[in-house]
Design a protein. Structure first.
Length: 324
């Protein structure tokens, strides 16, 4: 597995890193589905062990994945996987508890300490502010940043991160936050990372970057033959593209093109849609969900650079005008 230096952290992590959102299983918050259905703890444990054996040394989780279930599964692995071998990241911010807004300082502190307990570690390597919803006028940002910086000063995290589904939202707060690492949503279909200016800021300031949801929750793999529905608790039930026959059919067509162009690769579709994201990214990794050992084996075949020509070709397949 190729290693990349995660920006100014100077830590070498696997180019394909492990996202563990699915390890929390199906979950709801009020009427909203926020988890992943069909995940067993045994599959999660086996995947974690296999990831370590394949050199995937960066594991990413969050306090709200299964309300601590994902963190707890990871925390119970240290009898099989040396803690020192893993660059471990978690997040805080989506659980607001009894409060009417996100990022209440006391609740953040409670959840951060709970994460350490779940993960069975005295210090995580990286803690993200999980999103940039800091109030209508950003009024909760300073308090949230103070909490996470204090957490670092106490030796409970080595680095601070900033995450959001929107590159524009991250840009709005990145200078004031001064994170060591950012985690933006990015895939070949939903890609505003370069256009927004976030890529330029990251490169100039040597910030680490970890892209999440590179498969658009599995849609980009082209494995679906028709519009698909998901059970309650699975966040994919709220993504309209899964219900579009046009999009599903286009993903199948693109899969055939990727399989043809990258026929010499053991996993041509995945190589195309994942490895295309590395072009022009010198300090970043891709967080790939790996729900079982088979998916870990696929992940281990990825992470190598492709030519600029190939990367541009892949990106062109998913431009809006080509998805009609």
């Amino acid at each position: 597995m190729r290693k990349v230096v995660l920006g100014r952290t100077n830590v070498k992590v696997s180019a394909i890193s492990l996202g563990t959102w699915a390890y929390g299983g199906a979950n709801t918050v009020g009427k909203f589905s926020v988890g992943w259905a069909g995940q067993s703890d045994e599959d999660s444990r086996k995947a974690l062990l296999s990831a370590w054996q394949h050199g995937i040394n960066h594991w990413d989780t969050a306090d709200v994945y299964g309300e601590g279930r994902s963190e707890t599964i990871i925390g119970n692995m240290w009898d099989k996987v040396p803690r020192k071998d893993i660059f471990l990241a978690t997040k805080v911010g989506w659980d607001r508890g009894p409060h009417s807004h996100w990022y209440d300082p006391k609740h953040m502190l409670h959840n951060l300490d709970r994460s350490l307990n779940n993960l069975k570690t005295d210090c995580v390597d990286l803690v993200y502010l999980h999103h940039c919803n800091f109030g209508k006028n950003g009024e909760y940002f300073d308090g949230a940043l103070e909490v996470i910086r204090k957490f670092k000063d106490q030796g409970k995290t080595r680095f601070i991160g900033l995450s959001d589904w929107s590159s524009d939202n991250i840009l709005k707060y990145i200078e004031r936050c001064d994170p060591d690492v950012i985690q933006p949503y990015r895939n070949v279909m939903d890609d505003n990372y370069i256009e927004s200016g976030l890529s330029s800021y990251v490169n100039i300031n040597n910030i680490g970057v970890c892209f999440f949801s590179p498969l658009k929750h599995g849609l980009l793999t082209g494995k679906y033959d028709k519009p698909t529905s998901f059970e309650s608790g699975d966040h994919r039930s709220g993504i309209k593209d899964f219900a579009s026959q046009t999009i599903v059919h286009k993903m199948k067509q693109n899969k055939a093109l990727l399989d043809q162009r990258f026929a010499n690769h053991s996993n041509p579709t995945m190589h195309g849609i994942v490895d295309a994201l590395f072009n022009g990214v010198s300090s970043g990794c891709v967080l790939l969900g790996q729900r079982n050992t088979r998916q870990v084996e696929v992940a281990a075949s990825l992470g190598n650079l492709m030519s600029e020509e190939d990367s541009s070709w892949v990106m062109s397949l998913y431009k809006p005008q080509n998805l009609q």
